[in-house]
Design a protein around this ligand. Structure first.
Ligand code: ATP
Ligand code: MG
Length: 659
């Protein structure tokens, strides 16, 4: 058990009770401490089910389960509870949400549902796009929710006219969600916090489920997560948090690095542990990371020494434009694979924005190199996938408004836009859902006969399908359902040619396959659990990392998604002003740029053996060519950032060569 731990780590793993803080730099074994500590608690007789470990991404949770499983053998259902904040909160809300007026089968909305709800709300309160765009409303609502500002409190913190209008929109939006028995991603946390504040008994009940709480990546907790952690650990005080203030990268979502720095004050008598050896990266890479992060002021000073001396020096490369950058990066990857020096799965390409991977994907495809995009939502954005998922959601919760509007007449079944509009108007006026209006014979009587019949048929379809999925879900049931809907016809109708039809149908099959692999994992696979899994996965696809290993593929991922992971070979691309640091951060004051610097630090510290940093001298946007300036972080990493104005001019030549 003790093997593979240094003294400080061993102390952290062997201190079994009381509050504990492990504040340490990247790659120093913090996550390792968490997993060993869980195993050690179980070895000392703590029942696994009394241990709760929380991380930020599904990937990390999966990884942690896996690592604990390697340390001790556990019966399949006997494991500790290892989950993300969001899935922990889903479970609490399924049990307790009815106290707040939510049905146990509430739907979890995705970003596009949120967007369509925002559009609807703004239309209803007659706010035009030029006054407030749906996108801005969506952003502000999320911004407020992440800071614990409830609908009725937003008016008080609103400053600009836009914000005042958005505050009104926020209230309508929340009513709308409640009406369709839905919650959005941010609500999951906020509602649990509400529950705990309003009902101390529930808080006690939920806290009493566990005797030990461990939190990884604690630097990224926002105010709500902080409250939830506190509520759950207040009684037993067996709380262990690990994190690194230098890797706090979710400030834009309200995370506050102060939470980890204040931990010793919040939890009197906390054991504090520092880990000072980095086991992940070779010295040459770590040096770069340390030099870079030193440019951040206001940080908690930590020591981070390389446990792996030497190493290849990181390369800095400049290319003519983004196409050449992609070509050259992929070429160098191709050579390593062809020569058998590296397997695809050992290589990652990290980028800052979602527009960047496209050219790399093209190149990888051209070169026939297997790759996966990690943490991408694109699969769930496909029309067919959204349709099928909406159909499934309607079975589980027919009040789910965005899904209902999406599928009510797709495939066409004689419910015209005019009919739907009438129903929606009544629903809005009465403050109920479309589905509820459809149950009202009086309303239906006011419709033309064909429309009335069409609605009756549709209702029958929904009720029959509810029977079909009443106690479980499996691939056959989904296929039966798709047959009933005649979805294949719809795909055909939407396709220009056979090729397109095959492609679209392949997406449908992917959903069916997802059901298949879900049922294989579950003892009692229910429709609700399946929907929940994909709703939470939509923001970071949980099988991703597995898929990458299984497929032996190069990983493409954002810097944000790369947190906590490690790869032997890393390419960080697009190191240019405006990309990293991101242009949004440049218009704001220093703290935003500091956060970008931490993001760059996260990227650099993912690399174990080899790191290549690259940039393009020009980039094409909307048909125009723009000159790019090397990222200030490049200059900082190589210790040449004495004059902050240097990177304002194009000093591209300076950044060339090896660091
Ligand atoms: P991050 O800040 O990026 O989340 P971390 O502090 O959580 O990093 P880990 O992922 O736990 O670090 O560990 C980094 C790497 O170092 C892993 O490959 C881990 O197995 C290895 N490692 C950690 N501690 C030791 C040790 N004492 N001996 C050997 N290898 C170690
Ligand atoms: Mg970690």
């Amino acid at each position: 058990m003790d093997a593979g731990l240094n003294d400080a780590q061993r102390k952290a793993v062997n201190t079994l009770t009381g509050p504990m803080l492990v504040l340490a730099g990247a790659g120093s074994g913090k996550t390792r401490v968490v997993t060993f500590r869980i195993a050690n608690l179980i070895k000392h007789g703590i029942r696994a089910s009394r241990i709760l470990a929380v991380t930020f991404t599904n990937k990390a949770a999966m990884e942690m389960k896996h690592r604990v499983g390697e340390l001790i053998s556990l019966a399949p259902d006997e494991g500790p509870e290892i989950s993300t904040f969001h899935s922990l909160c889903v479970r609490i809300l399924r049990r307790q949400g009815h106290h707040l007026g939510y049905p146990p089968k509430f739907t979890i909305m995705d970003a596009s549902d949120q967007a369509s709800t925002c559009r609807k709300v703004l239309r209803e309160i007659r706010v035009s796009d030029s006054t407030l765009r749906p996108r801005d409303l969506q952003y502000l609502i999320s911004h407020w929710k992440n800071r614990g500002i409830r609908p009725n409190e937003a008016g008080a913190v609103a400053i600009s006219d836009k914000e005042h209008i958005a505050a009104v929109g926020y209230r309508r939006y929340q009513d709308e969600l409640q009406r369709c028995g839905s919650v959005d991603f941010d609500d999951l946390l906020l509602l649990v916090d509400d529950l705990f504040r309003l009902y101390p008994v529930i808080r006690e009940q939920e806290a009493a489920r566990f005797d030990h709480l461990l939190v990884d990546e604690y630097q990224d907790t926002n105010a709500i997560q902080y409250n939830i952690v506190k509520s759950l650990a207040d009684q037993h005080r067996n709380i262990c948090v690990v994190g690194d203030d230098d890797q706090s990268i979710y400030g834009f979502r309200g995370s506050e690095v102060q939470h980890i720095l204040n931990f010793p004050k919040d939890w009197r008598g906390a054991t504090e542990i520092r880990l000072e050896a980095n086991y992940r990266s070779v010295a040459s890479i770590l040096e770069l990371a340390n030099t870079l992060i030193a440019y951040n002021t206001n940080r908690y000073d930590k020591v981070l020494r390389p446990a792996r001396p030497g190493g290849k020096r990181p390369r800095i490369e400049q290319f003519k434009d983004e196409d050449v950058e992609a070509e050259e990066v992929v070429k160098s990857i191709a050579i390593q694979i062809a020569r058998g020096i590296r397997n695809p799965r050992e290589i990652a390409i990290l980028f800052r924005t979602n527009e960047q991977p496209r050219v790399f994907e093209q190149e990888l495809r051209k070169q026939d190199i297997p790759y996966v995009i990690l943490g991408s939502k694109s699969f769930f954005d496909r029309k067919e996938v959204k349709d099928v998922v909406s159909y499934l959601r309607i079975v589980s919760n027919p009040n789910d408004e965005p899904s209902m509007r999406r599928i009510i007449n797709s495939p066409p079944r004689g419910i015209s836009n005019a009919t739907t509009k009438k129903l929606v108007d009544v629903a809005t006026y009465r403050g109920v859902s479309l589905w509820q209006v459809m149950q009202d014979e009086e309303v239906l009587k006011g419709l033309p006969v064909p429309a009335r019949d069409a609605i009756r048929n549709f209702k029958e379809l929904v009720v029959e399908s509810q029977q079909l999925f009443v106690d479980s879900i499996d691939e056959h049931k989904v296929q039966t359902y798709l047959g009933k809907i005649r979805y294949e016809k719809e795909v055909e109708r939407n396709s220009k040619d056979e090729q397109e039809r095959d492609m679209r149908w392949a997406s449908v099959e992917e959903v069916v396959n997802a059901v298949g692999s879900f049922t294989a994992k579950q003892k009692t696979p229910s429709l609700e659990k399946f929907l929940e899994e994909i709703a939470l996965a939509a923001s970071d696809l949980e099988e991703d990392k597995d898929k990458q290993l299984e497929k032996d593929a190069v990983a493409l991922l954002t810097l944000h998604a790369s947190k906590g992971l490690e790869y032997p070979v890393v390419y960080m691309v697009g190191l240019e002003e405006g990309i990293l640091p991101h242009k949004r951060s440049l218009s704001e004051e220093g703290e935003a740029v500091n956060e970008e610097r931490r993001l760059a630090y996260v990227g650099v510290t993912r690399a174990q053996d080899e790191l290549t940093l690259s940039m393009s001298q020009t980039r094409r946007k909307w048909g125009r060519l723009y000159e790019q300036i090397p990222s200030r972080f490049l200059f900082e990493m190589i210790g040449q950032a004495d004059n902050p104005n240097t990177y304002k001019r194009n000093k591209a030549g300076k950044a060339k060569g090896r660091a």
